[in-house]
Design a protein around this ligand. Structure first.
Ligand code: PNS
Length: 168
């Protein structure tokens, strides 16, 4: 069974990676679909996001990273996915996610949305939070994959003020 995990991933966080890793244990294949959303002002180009996610998931042989434009349901159909995978962090996510799942169901009744509860340590985490901290040079290495942290600091032209030692 193929699951599509669609999103903006600007940038990918450890919360996203957690969903990808757990999804890869549940499904034969997981496709991470990066939406080319022209109406947003992204930190990273889509091709850069694909490279970041590909590097962060290279330990997962059944995960593929791609981009798409247009409707998620159409892309899911084109790549043979029968499941849409989404993470649920807090109650405030639920309203938007349920509306999206219901909308997608009206567009393709055969496609099921499956929600994974975000691991508790990432329940506060979002791409916006990461950007908020990084623009002031705060520590983000506990929030994003290592390869991505460097990219983000470079983007904001910052060097981290503090680096957390996660081995302690
Ligand atoms: O990471 P995000 O920004 O929360 O992901 C949102 C995403 C990409 C899943 C959603 O915006 C989406 O599916 N966009 C594609 C357009 C679409 O299919 N819209 C209908 C569903 S509401």
């Amino acid at each position: 069974m193929i699951a599509l995990y669609p999103g903006s991933f600007d940038p990918i966080t450890l919360g996203h990676l957690d969903i990808i890793e757990r999804g890869s244990r549940l499904y034969d294949h997981v496709i991470v679909g990066v939406l080319c959303n022209l109406s947003k002002n992204p930190l990273f180009e889509v091709s850069h996001r694909i490279a970041q996610i590909t590097e962060a998931t290279n330990h997962l042989p059944n995960v593929k990273v791609d981009s798409f434009t247009g409707l998620t349901v159409e892309y899911a159909q084109a790549c043979g996915a029968t499941v849409l995978l989404r993470g649920l962090r807090v109650l405030s996510d639920f309203e938007k996610e349920l509306q999206m799942a219901h909308t997608n169901k009206t567009l393709n009744a055969g496609l099921e949305t499956v929600f994974l509860a975000t691991s508790t340590e990432y329940s506060f985490l979002s791409s916006s939070v990461v950007k908020e901290i990084a623009q002031f040079g705060g520590p983000i290495d506990h929030l994003v994959p290592a390869n991505v942290a460097q990219d983000i600091y470079r983007c904001f032209n910052k060097t981290p003020l503090v680096t957390l030692n996660l081995t302690e």
